[in-house]
Design a protein around this ligand. Structure first.
Ligand SMILES: C[S@@+](CC[C@H](N)C(=O)[O-])C[C@H]1O[C@@H](n2cnc3c(N)ncnc32)[C@H](O)[C@@H]1O
Length: 208
């Protein structure tokens, strides 16, 4: 599965407004526009946004922002895609939206490039509920993909599920490589929390 395949479920051509944050060349937003969504393309690099305006500027449902993602205003009922940056930046964005009361009533799809565990611990502290979870393999790189929201319904998002990773290890292309990298990173981390020590030990058993 590719990252865009994971996102497909949230591109069903509904009335929902979508935010393609950190959009770079805007591949995801372009697909969403084709499906009939209202799309806001956001990236802090103004030349990129100018280029996207040239490409899609005539489209009635295309909107553009070169603000920092942290300071963007999110419409209610929107689906917010956060792809292609690290978990720490995502945490920073979520903190900022939380302070302006912009978490409830939105759906978020996050596919961090790294620091996924840190992001998930943070999400747990905010009592995020999981909507969907998966694994993508793209250009020899693995990605943990998840969608979540902050409304009352649903199950709390687990920071780590050994059963989930067992399945990925056995069934998904690239799963073993991703987990080996996770173990290596945890091993090299000088100061591990007790949570990280537990994960490290569980993964070592799985990979043995
Ligand atoms: C690697 S690209 C991600 C491209 C695409 N989303 C993907 O996943 O393939 C990361 C982009 O994030 C943008 N970016 C980094 N920090 C940002 C911020 N705080 N607000 C908005 N854009 C940011 C960069 O300018 C860059 O274009």
């Amino acid at each position: 599965m590719k990252r865009l395949d994971f996102c497909e479920d949230f591109l069903k051509g509904s009335e929902a407004s979508l935010y393609d944050l950190f959009c770079d060349h805007g591949k995801l937003g372009e697909k969403a526009l084709q499906k009939g969504h209202k799309v806001t393309f956001n990236d802090k690099r103004s030349p990129l946004i100018s280029h996207l305006k040239e490409r899609f500027g005539g489209h009635p449902k295309a909107f553009f922002s070169d603000d920092l993602a942290q300071s963007i205003t999110l419409e209610r009922d929107a689906v917010v895609f956060l792809l292609g940056v690290g978990g720490h930046l995502m945490i920073n964005c979520l903190e900022s939206w939380q302070s302006s009361d912009q978490l409830k009533g939105r759906v978020f799809v996050a596919i961090p490039t790294y620091y996924s565990l840190e992001l998930r611990l943070f999400l747990r502290s905010l009592k995020a509920k999981v909507l969907k979870e998966g694994f993508a393999w793209e250009k020899k790189r693995g990605y943990h993909c998840y969608a979540f929201h902050f409304d009352d319904r649903g199950e709390l998002l687990e920071p780590f599920s050994l059963n989930f990773w067992k399945k990925i290890y056995h069934e998904e292309k690239g799963g073993e490589r991703y987990l080996k990298l996770m173990v290596k990173n945890l091993k090299n981390k000088k100061e591990k929390t007790s949570f990280e020590v537990k994960i490290y030990e569980e993964l070592q058993v799985l990979l043995a």
